[in-house]
Design a protein around this ligand. Structure first.
Ligand code: COA
Length: 259
């Protein structure tokens, strides 16, 4: 069900990393359904191609380009190609992320580093590479974070550290780039159904126990995150800057971890 006016992102161009699947795939699709032209990027063309077809089948415009957010040159190229295709960039969504469960004492330095490289450095790379375009458009950035680091989440030291870094990027850039008219915000999703994250991180036999711990007594839906993203990236949020909006049904406040 659509809760926002059909064309609230009319004439906007959005660049969405990790935009082929899951939460960020949903955001890309929802943005297109609300009038934006979207560029989606990730490491795998097959994921992008599937989402491009979904968006185009609903009458949207979508440009799919492969890039790894860890590779600054590849990201810069994807941004340049998007500008060539659509003329500008108004919105950047940083959704590309890596995740796996691992105890801290079993995690290698490289395992820690690969997640920080994707989530934190990847977010910086995309923001930095898009800066000149966002300055021209007085655009905005939406960083997908998490709630894992608000308390402590076992088996997730790497992701917790990486997302704490993402939140720091959101706050810093909101202050440094606010003067250019660029708004920088984030969303911290809780447990969201039908995502790669849930499939990877939550064993089937623990699902019901976790659901009961969520104050709203249900898992989030991808559409819950889409709606938060539409709000934050629309003019309705034109004075919201430097915020990471928690969308988790109240879960993190219970102090119970996923695991
Ligand atoms: N447990 C422990 N360590 C792991 C691991 C796991 N499940 N998966 C990867 N690692 C470690 C590897 O052992 C390696 O360290 P080493 O060289 O010391 O052995 C390091 O991480 C890099 O692994 P590699 O497979 O080469 O990295 P990659 O760049 O190909 O993969 C990941 C990136 C690791 C994040 C991978 O899980 C991934 O691509 N995930 C898909 C995206 C995703 O998770 N989305 C959901 C977001 S919630």
């Amino acid at each position: 069900m659509k809760v926002f006016a059909d064309k609230i992102l009319q004439d906007k161009v959005a660049f969405v990393t990790g935009g082929g699947t899951g939460i960020t795939g949903g955001i890309a699709r929802a943005f297109a359904e609300h009038g934006a032209k979207v560029a989606i990027t990730s490491r795998k063309m097959e994921n992008l191609e599937a989402m491009r077809q979904v968006i185009e089948s609903k009458g949207g415009e979508c440009f799919a380009i492969v890039s790894d957010v860890r590779d600054y040159e590849a990201v810069s190229n994807a941004i340049a190609e998007t500008v060539k295709r659509f003329g500008k960039i108004d919105i950047v969504v940083n959704g590309a992320a890596g995740n796996f469960l691992c105890k801290a004492e079993e995690l290698s330095s490289n395992g820690f580093g690969v997640v920080v490289d994707i989530d934190t450095k990847g977010t910086f790379n995309v923001c930095r590479a898009a800066f000149e375009e966002l300055k021209k458009s007085k655009g905005q950035i939406l960083n997908i974070s998490a709630t894992l680091h608000y308390l402590a989440t076992p088996m997730q030291i790497h992701v917790s550290a990486a997302k704490a870094g993402v939140d720091a990027i959101t706050r810093n850039l909101s202050v440094e780039w606010g003067r250019y008219g660029i708004r920088v915000n984030g969303i911290a999703p809780g447990p969201i159904e039908d995502t790669e994250g849930m499939r990877r991180l939550l064993p089937e036999n623990m699902k019901e126990k976790l659901r009961e711990r969520i104050p709203l007594q249900r898992f989030g839906k991808i559409s819950d995150i889409e709606n938060a993203a539409l709000f934050l990236c629309s003019d309705a949020a034109s004075y919201i800057n430097g915020v990471t909006l928690v969308v988790d049904g109240g879960h993190w406040l219970t102090g119970t971890s996923f695991f």
